[in-house]
Ligand binder design. Structure first.
Ligand SMILES: NC(=O)c1ccc[n+]([C@@H]2O[C@H](COP(=O)([O-])OP(=O)(O)OC[C@H]3O[C@@H](n4cnc5c(N)ncnc54)[C@H](OP(=O)(O)O)[C@@H]3O)[C@@H](O)[C@H]2O)c1
Length: 250
């Protein structure tokens, strides 16, 4: 049985970020590296992952590429085994990998597109979380951050005061983030009495490939609140949904 931090095997905090080869994920990896963490930069594509990790290593950060396609159980299991073999413990898991297949109205959506979106945004989160949960339990401060969206908030979607109220509903993406919020609450309930904290975080509307760089925030800005959640103190939130500036309704 690998040692925990208490037993002195690994004094440096270790974090896994999924989908970290670009966008908000790469900025999360950079900022956790700047905090002194050993960052395992997960990416499904070997070239893109190695290239992003190399960029951050040049900046003096301890960032290591881990091949991780969250929809591929063999890849997920191999990544978890590598982390166990090399570190024996994981302090933070940031479930950042996300996408949308199709931007269709509900009446025009294909089930295939919705299923493919859920495969990454929902089922991938469950697969990765369960694979590394034994490692998070060994940490003295295990943290799980699910990168959600305020588009996943049922309350916000129906609030005329939200900026996107009245815009065409994006069935696959928005409902996948609503499901992710439900997944977050379920894990938070199961892990309530452990030291592992679980939260969902909305980074805000960031300019990334996901939205053809239409977002008004730089990805590095959106990453900040996610990094805060990844290192939240023991008396910090658990089972919450928040963004920069406060709590969001489910
Ligand atoms: N941008 C925003 O305004 C915004 C707002 C709210 C929430 N979010 C959320 O923030 C997260 C990051 O999005 P982003 O804006 O940074 O988008 P992005 O630039 O498109 O990055 C998405 C990342 O997810 C990866 N990914 C997709 N499917 C994957 C899979 N099966 N396995 C592993 N990695 C996979 C992508 O890898 P490839 O390069 O290989 O495709 C990429 O690294 C997502 O969960 C998104 O829903 C974004």
């Amino acid at each position: 049985m690998p040692a925990t931090h208490d037993e002195g095997m690994n004094e440096t905090m270790t974090a896994l970020v999924t989908g970290a080869n670009k966008g908000i994920g790469k900025e999360i990896a950079r900022q956790l590296g700047q905090l002194g963490h050993t960052v395992l930069l997960g990416a499904r594509d070997v070239e893109r992952g190695r290239s992003a990790a190399a960029e951050l290593v040049v900046e003096g950060l301890d960032v290591r590429f881990v091949q991780l396609d969250v929809t591929d159980q063999a890849s997920v299991a191999a990544a978890a085994k590598t982390i166990d073999d090399e570190h024996g413990v994981l302090d933070s898991l940031v479930n950042n990998a996300g996408l949308t297949h199709g931007m269709s109205l509900p009446s025009e959506a294909s089930v295939e597109d919705v299923a493919a979106t859920y495969a990454t945004n929902v089922f991938g989160v469950i697969a990765v979380t369960n694979a590394v949960l034994p490692l998070l339990r060994r940490s003295t401060a295990g943290r799980i951050v699910n990168v959600s969206s305020d588009l996943g908030s049922l309350t916000r979607q129906q609030d005329p005061a939200t900026p996107y109220y009245g815009q065409p509903p994006l069935l696959a993406y928005s409902s996948s983030k609503t499901a992710l919020n439900g997944v977050t609450v379920a894990y938070a309930q199961e892990l309530e009495t452990t030291g592992v904290k679980v939260n969902a975080v909305n980074p805000g509307y960031c300019a990334t490939d996901l939205n053809d760089h239409a977002g008004h925030l730089p990805a590095a800005e959106g990453a900040k609140v996610i990094v805060q959640a990844a290192v939240v103190p023991d008396d910090g939130p658990h089972g919450a949904f928040f963004t920069d500036g406060g709590t969001l309704p489910w």
